[in-house]
Design a protein around this ligand. Structure first.
Ligand code: NAD
Length: 534
């Protein structure tokens, strides 16, 4: 007889026990629950347990202005700090993330409802981004010599200058890494940051403030303003020198317009309706495991998760039953331990939106292969991993982002049809290709109009490659995070050109006509000098 093994890490932590861990996490991270707040406040409720987490101030436009002014003062000092000092703060942040790993995991789960494995991805991403920019920031931003107007006579150096105060507006779905990772790039480039997190997840953002302060940053250098986006978004955009927005395409477009009116740079990471292509030669087991992760990580509340699956005719009969079985074996749980594969959705409103997409598809004739229902026995906002077929144009789920654990399956004849359908979307964020033929996969990837393509992976290969840019084409955004692009965007260039020996004009005694003839002769010669333009 065998005795069933219980893995200690797998012990369930639910309900009051999870609330207790959440409260302990607040204390361990140096946060209080806001019970003593006197002014206007917002209540934050845990989607994991349904219990109150605490209250945060409902700030107004004047508070935003004051925060930006304080940030400006701190930024002037910070911009003079040597790169190694900035790097030291980022590496200290990296170390704190791991030292405070348990309370951070608890808080992220408590506030967002996500499974522990997905909370862990946030910690890993935050630490990797901090390490990457700490180590590479100086190189990406180093002053660079360029070819001058007249070689030997004009010395040109391009410098990167910080923008000033960067306003970051972040969503609820990755409350830790989307609060911290863009901020570390902006800080490394010599800026201050004022962050407005989503009202559902402000405590995680406040934890980032505590971590950065403990890491050695001036408390005013990175500040958090809490309050509704509809009230704080405009004053923030109107006060800062650049905006980094992550959220829906509709809000991103409004944010970009407002920033455009002030001619300040804006970077926007927006929604997606991301396609995954299964070629006929794709190995079923690995493809199924990867597809399940790609569709259902963070309960599908992930901008780069997959919502459209195009399966080659030759793979359909093997792939679909295996995918359905894998989706059905996922453990959906409101569990602060490691036992759940998927947590509840962020809120009742979001659950209603996700289910409306499914109900609309079913009413139009789509088939639910698995899921398609809420799981009140797990929690009030839990929803089953859902796979649909028979989805057609005109149904909401066909083109609009669901942002939940719902994916639609389409049978395609070949790569041509798969690419045509994958590209038939205004979005262009992420895509995945599964194939045994890596060369064919890379060729196919180049034809999909998206910012990142993962081959034999759903999203994590590109997302986790912090040295490479990440972001959307079309309605999925403007600008990129990660890589050199993700830090250079927080600077503006300044060209300093030094003219030596003789000016770039006709010297005394040489007429303009003779000067023009000499210049034209020189430029004709320059055309034949290959090493001239660097
Ligand atoms: P949302 O646009 O409703 O909210 C995002 C943020 O904008 C929140 O902080 C919110 O308070 C704020 N906001 C709301 N109204 C505002 C206004 N008028 N002015 C300024 N700010 C305002 O998005 P959401 O529903 O919370 O987040 C989910 C969306 O985010 C999805 O579309 C998802 O794809 C997208 N997302 C994209 C990425 C990416 O990297 N591309 C990452 C995560 C999420």
């Amino acid at each position: 007889m065998t005795t069933p093994m219980t893995h200690p890490g797998r012990a369930a932590v639910r309900g009051p026990a999870a609330d207790e861990r959440g409260r302990a996490a607040l204390r361990a991270l140096g946060l209080d629950d806001g019970a003593d707040l006197t002014g206007e406040a917002m209540d934050v409720v845990s989607p994991l347990t349904g219990s109150p987490i605490g209250r945060v101030p409902r700030l107004g436009p004047d508070d935003v202005d004051r925060a930006v002014q304080r940030a400006r003062t701190a930024q002037r000092r910070w911009a003079r700090a040597p790169m190694r000092e900035r790097s030291r703060v980022l590496l200290a942040l990296h170390d704190l993330v791991w030292r405070l790993r348990d309370p951070l995991l608890d808080l992220v789960q408590w506030e967002s409802g996500k499974a522990r494995a997905h909370a862990f991805e946030e910690l890993a991403d935050t630490a990797m981004t901090a390490r990457y920019y700490a180590r590479t920031g100086a190189r990406h931003l180093a002053a660079r010599r360029r070819g001058g107007a007249v070689p030997g006579l004009t010395g040109v150096v391009v410098h990167r200058r910080p923008l000033g105060v960067v306003g970051i507006i972040s969503p609820w779905n990755y409350p830790l890494t989307l609060a911290a990772s863009d901020a570390v790039a902006a800080l490394m480039a010599g800026n201050a940051v004022v962050l407005k997190p989503d009202s559902d997840t402000p405590f995680t953002a406040l934890a980032v403030h505590r971590l950065l302060t403990r890491a050695g940053a001036d408390p005013d250098l990175f500040q958090v303003v809490t309050g509704p986006g509809s009230a704080l978004g405009a004053p923030l955009i109107d006060a800062v020198d650049a905006v980094m927005f992550t959220g829906s395409t509709a809000t991103g477009s409004a944010v970009a317009s407002r920033a455009g009116a002030r001619l300040i740079p804006v970077s926007a990471e927006l929604g997606g309706k991301n396609p995954l292509i299964v070629r006929a030669d794709a190995p079923v087991g690995r493809t199924v495991r990867g597809t399940v992760k790609a569709c259902f990580s963070n309960s599908g509340q992930l901008c780069i998760s997959i919502e459209r699956i195009y399966v080659h005719r030759g793979a359909w009969d093997r792939f679909i039953p295996a995918l359905v079985r894998a989706a059905e074996s996922l453990r959906v749980g409101a569990d602060m331990g490691w036992g759940a594969d998927m947590g509840p959705l962020i809120s009742a409103e979001h659950l209603a939106k996700v289910h409306a997409h499914v109900a609309d598809a079913v009413a139009g004739g789509a088939t639910v292969l698995t899921g398609g229902r809420a799981l009140p026995e797990v929690g009030p906002t839990a929803y089953a991993p859902t796979l649909l077929t028979g989805v057609a144009e005109g149904m909401e789920v066909f083109a609009a982002e669901t942002f939940g654990p719902v994916a639609s399956l389409y049978r395609v004849s070949d790569d041509e049809e798969a690419v045509r359908l994958a590209n038939a979307s205004p979005y262009g964020l992420n895509a995945a290709v599964w194939t045994a033929d890596r060369r064919a996969g890379v060729e196919l990837a180049g034809r999909i109009r998206v910012g990142t393509v993962n081959i034999n992976e759903g999203y994590a290969a590109a997302w986790g490659s912090t040295a490479a840019p990440m972001g959307g084409m079309g309605a999925s955004g403007l600008g990129r995070r990660h890589g050199p692009e993700g830090i250079v965007k927080y600077t503006q260039s300044q060209t300093i050109a030094v003219q030596r020996l003789m000016p770039l004009q006709a010297p005394p005694g040489v007429g303009e006509a003779r000067w023009a003839t000499a210049m034209a002769a020189w430029l004709r010669l320059a055309r034949r000098l290959p090493g001239l333009d660097r």
